[in-house]
Design a protein around this ligand. Structure first.
Ligand code: CTP
Length: 410
């Protein structure tokens, strides 16, 4: 499926052994319809030849700022051409140059001259990666909004075992594809997060232990991927995610009111809130007093199902969460169907390592067509990016499919 049709990617290759993996990355982008231009540093040509890249990309490979064929502005041409610039592999040396704004070869010059978003996939020996200088440089890149993919941990070409291996091409493809699909568009997403609070009287309420961390991480990840996000949040102690319009509510009814209003103009809705299923049938206006030897009975009424209500809207991609303690996948599959969702994220909340208040999570992404993708334990931030990427790819595939059906009819 050509989900990247018409997108232009500038691939920077630096002098690391992982350079051979760049060929696979080019193939993945091309299969998805993207046009790729390669720029290599002088060190990179020691690992793979420009001819390999030229044959794969069908384009001249830029290597030398002062080549006879170069009019002296190849780096500017390349910089202006790209929708996205990706450096994979990125050595510690090139990362340091980018952090300092050094432009001493065609690649670093093109990066400095480019206004396109930049993705860097570090690849180096684990000691070089852990070195304070490299860590500091990576922090500078992050602060400038440059996206980092990896590095992974494992066996390294030099024989060491540790963190520094370039991420696999499939992972770099997934993250860059998601950025390209979402970039420059005014697409709206609504996310619910946190618990709800159902008042019993002015001082008491029914609530639950949801921390809101997963929903807030999703809102941040969606904003990073270029979505215009509205976050409808129950009471939590987290700061508003950067670049996200956040509205704070208390009850399920208030959450429904905001979610419904916003979802009508949105393309995607994620229900991540732990909505109280029941609320007190009536709320006492004054504090309820205990009376001796007299039990207390609370009558409850069912709350509206927010995600099921908004899932009835046409053209809204709806994603739910199934936080369960037993029979995780069975309940999740059932919820996907009974709530008419496009995707559900099944996660086990019985473990303190991945439950409500933890920083990590693991999940299975279940699609409407029955496909299931397990996602191993990782930080809620990383899982959030995975989920947003999965949504972006699914929406792009649906759009590409309907475009080809439309073309077939004409
Ligand atoms: N949800 C919702 N409104 C509700 C209850 C749940 O929008 N009143 C959404 C949640 O945000 C989540 C999904 O539905 O995306 C599943 O929530 P969950 O609490 O697991 O399911 P329930 O339908 O409440 O079922 P049960 O509590 O019986 O497991």
């Amino acid at each position: 499926m050509e989900i990247l049709k018409g997108k232009k990617i500038l691939l920077g290759i630096t002098g690391g052994i992982a350079a051979y993996k760049s060929c696979e990355l080019v193939r993945l982008w091309q299969k998805a319809g993207a046009d790729v231009m390669a720029v290599m540093t002088p060190a990179a040509v020691n690992f793979i030849t420009p001819l390999t890249l030229a044959s794969l990309t069908g384009r001249e490979v830029l290597t030398d700022t002062f080549a006879a064929s170069n009019t002296g502005i190849d780096h500017i041409r390349a910089a202006r051409w790209a929708d996205l610039a990706v450096i994979a592999p990125a050595t510690a040396n090139t990362i340091a140059k980018i952090a300092c704004g050094i432009a001493d070869n065609l690649l670093t010059s093109a990066v400095l001259a480019s206004r396109a978003p930049l993705v860097v996939a570090p690849a180096m020996n684990c000691a070089m990666y852990e070195n304070a200088a490299t860590q500091n440089n990576l922090r500078i890149l992050k602060e400038r909004g440059i996206a980092l993919v990896g590095p992974d941990s494992g066996y390294q070409a030099c024989g060491d075992i540790g963190r520094g291996r370039m991420s696999e091409p499939a992972e770099i493809f997934r993250q860059t594809a998601s950025m390209l699909i979402a970039s420059g568009q005014n697409r709206r997403m609504v996310i619910t997060a946190g618990p709800t609070e159902e008042p019993i009287d002015p001082v008491r309420c029914i609530t639950n232990r949801s921390s809101g961390k997963m929903g807030y991480a999703l809102a941040q990840a969606a904003a990073v991927r270029g979505w215009k996000v509205k976050l409808v949040s129950g009471p939590v102690s987290l700061p508003d995610p950067v670049g996200v319009e956040t509205v704070r509510i208390r009850t399920a009814s208030e959450m429904l009111e905001h979610a419904w209003r916003e979802a009508r103009d949105a393309e995607c809705f994620i229900g991540c809130a732990a909505v109280a299923d029941f609320k007190p049938s009536s709320v006492s206006e004054s504090k309820i007093k205990k009376t001796a030897n007299d039990g207390f009975k609370l009558s409850l009424t069912q709350n509206p199902d927010i995600i099921k209500t908004v899932a009835a809207l046409d053209n809204l991609f709806t994603v739910g969460f199934a936080a369960e303690t037993d029979d995780l996948l069975v309940y999740a599959r059932h919820k996907l169907q009974s709530k008419n969702l496009d995707m559900i994220i099944a996660n086990d909340v019985s473990s303190p390592l991945t439950g409500f208040n933890s920083d990590d999570n693991e999940a299975t992404i279940i699609y409407r067509n029955g496909r299931e993708t397990p996602v191993p334990k990782m930080s809620k931030e990383d899982l959030a990016l995975r989920i947003i990427d999965a949504i972006n790819c699914e929406l792009a595939e649906t759009a590409a499919l309907s475009e080809s059906e439309e073309n077939g009819r004409q």
